[in-house]
Design a protein. Structure first.
Length: 290
């Protein structure tokens, strides 16, 4: 069984059509589910499809960037294996241990880069594009500015270097994160007890929706991608009843332009004095209205 898992994921990066099918299949699946059991009755500016087109524009760019980074990921993972460098080799981990170390290390990279973008004003300029979506649904999951996508790639490479994760461990994590990203952003209503129990181990839909609340300190919480362990251990876990959640931003970006693709692309490069908020981008500070 374990040998079959390793064999399948060891070569998955060589099958881009299959990987794309996982991504598209997840999006379609949760698109259907959120239509059947929506958390909120979202009132889109035009239609759900037009909203999706904006987010798909960012998704395409995100996929192009990470496809290019895949070359570096393979090279680095192979170098770690040949040099015996990284936690999995230093600890002489077996296959199960290697998968666990690799998956947890890469999930920590997702938490760490996310936390960093909320703490560092310049990096927040890029990440706020994700938070500017006023209608969070399954298509929001890969709504990342190219600068955001590049930074995620850098942190991903860093934790491969530290962990020594082989390609099968990398591909297992990437498969997990594609599915959970669609799941946690989807506009779906789970029974509260089920969502709560899931959140003890995984990032649940309600847990991640708290992160998309328009005001701090809730925006600066629940940074995890797959597992909730990092937020619970590092003190960034917060709860908020879904009925109190409002999407978007209370500053930094005009909520009326959350579907203006060109404005969203240009926004990180706008000079400080051109922004309406004179406090500019300091995600760790509260605005006067909070």
């Amino acid at each position: 069984m374990m040998e079959s898992v390793v064999a399948y994921f060891s070569t998955l990066e060589q099958r881009p059509v299959e990987r794309m099918a996982l991504l598209v299949g997840g999006l379609i699946f949760f698109w259907i589910i959120e239509g059947a059991i929506p958390l909120f009755q979202l009132k889109y500016r035009k239609t759900k499809f037009s909203h999706a087109l904006v987010n798909f524009g960012f998704t395409v760019i995100h996929l192009i960037i990470h496809t290019a980074l895949a070359v570096l990921i393979v090279l680095l993972s192979d170098w770690c294996r040949s040099a015996g460098f990284g936690l999995v080799y230093w600890l002489h981990a077996n296959v199960a241990g290697t998968i666990a170390i690799g998956v947890l290390a890469l999930d920590f990279s997702s938490w760490l880069v996310h936390w960093s973008m909320h703490q560092q004003p310049y990096l927040w300029r890029y990440h706020l594009i994700h938070h500017s979506d006023n209608k969070v649904d399954v298509t929001t999951g890969l709504r990342h500015h190219p600068g955001d996508s590049l930074l995620r790639g850098v942190f991903f490479l860093l934790l491969i270097f530290v962990s020594g994760a082989p390609m099968y461990s990398v591909m297992i994590y990437q498969t997990l994160v594609v599915i959970t990203t669609a799941f946690t952003h989807a506009n779906i209503r789970l029974p509260k007890k089920l969502d709560k129990w899931l959140s003890y181990v995984l990032i649940s839909p309600n847990m991640h929706k708290v992160h998309h609340h328009w005001k701090q300190p809730y925006t600066d919480s629940n940074y995890g991608a797959v597992f909730s362990i990092w937020d619970r251990l590092l003190g960034t876990y917060k709860e908020l009843d879904p009925s109190k959640i409002r999407y978007g931003l209370d500053r930094y970006y005009d909520n009326e332009k959350d579907e203006d693709f060109l404005s969203l692309m240009k926004d990180p490069f706008i000079k400080k004095q051109q922004r309406q908020d004179t406090a500019l981008i300091q995600p760790g500070k509260k605005s006067p209205s909070t």
